[in-house]
Design a protein around this ligand. Structure first.
Ligand SMILES: C[S@@+](CC[C@H](N)C(=O)[O-])C[C@H]1O[C@@H](n2cnc3c(N)ncnc32)[C@H](O)[C@@H]1O
Length: 243
């Protein structure tokens, strides 16, 4: 199944049951052999809390049911939540009904229309870019550059398929044998599913960011190398950007 904008909208707006409002995606913690709440707190401390400063305007792409937005809301002054799913944005509106300075945006799945140029200090996206295609990532990189203030930062979680074999990505659409074959060569050997990861490599994300004027601060799989805490499942990566 292709990772198109329309299919993403159909899945997240209509088909997914959001049984734990995002906490159903505990597979990265399991892969790290960690308790989910411990993994989540570590992510918050290392990737969110440490990146938000007093009075920051923070924007999230693909907020879903607010699994990370509640953490962003603790530190941000103004919080802008963007999602292509009207149902997700409705859910977030209810979640943050009592929070002032919160802006909700139902977008077209590729732009940050309505967000002013050079108005955002920090952009966050987790478990969203992993499902989106190259031209959409390119469009978001352009938009991230546009809306970030000079010196502003972004932290984006994305797929990390093997760059060299990416031309074989068409095999994902050849039923189970093709999908299994491509999963094995593009994600290293695994008995897992492919997590509906798009055909994106760490190098592609790097190139798209650079092409759109952003600097790469870091690209990593584990934010805590010592304790091996990160996003190793499906060979995902996290890219740190700066304008
Ligand atoms: C797997 S869910 C993750 C939600 C949340 N970030 C979390 O980690 O719990 C993916 C979210 O990204 C949104 N999404 C998918 N493609 C998108 C796109 N192209 N632009 C904006 N949002 C998108 C979906 O509607 C959904 O809310």
């Amino acid at each position: 199944m292709k990772n198109s904008i329309n299919i993403n909208k159909e899945i997240w707006n209509e088909k997914h049951d959001w049984e734990k409002n995002g906490d159903e995606w505990d597979g990265q913690a399991i892969k790290c052999k960690l308790d989910y709440e411990y993994w989540k707190q570590s992510l918050y401390q290392n990737l969110i809390h440490s990146n938000i400063r007093k009075n920051d305007t923070v924007l999230e792409i693909g907020a879903g049911h607010g699994r990370w937005s509640v953490f962003l809301a603790k530190s941000a002054t103004t919080l802008i939540l963007v999602d292509l799913s009207p149902n997700c944005i409705d859910f977030c509106r209810n979640l943050f009904v009592n929070r002032s300075n919160t802006i909700f945006v139902i977008n077209d799945g590729k732009t940050l229309e309505g967000v002013k140029d050079a108005s955002v200090d920090f952009i966050w996206s987790f478990d969203t870019f992993v499902h989106i295609e190259k031209y959409v990532i390119n469009s978001y990189m352009r938009e991230i550059f546009r809306v970030l203030k000079p010196g502003g930062r972004a932290v984006i979680h994305h797929s990390g398929r093997n760059h060299f074999f990416r031309w074989l990505g068409f095999m994902r659409h050849f039923g189970n044998p093709g999908n299994r074959f491509y999963r094995t060569i593009s994600m290293c050997r695994t008995n897992d599913t492919d997590g509906w990861r798009s055909n994106i490599s760490k190098k592609m994300v790097r190139n798209l960011a650079l092409k759109n004027g952003l600097a790469i601060i870091d690209q990593l799989q584990y934010w805590n190398e010592k304790e091996k805490i990160g996003v190793p499942r499906f060979n995902d990566y996290i890219t740190f950007l700066q304008k």
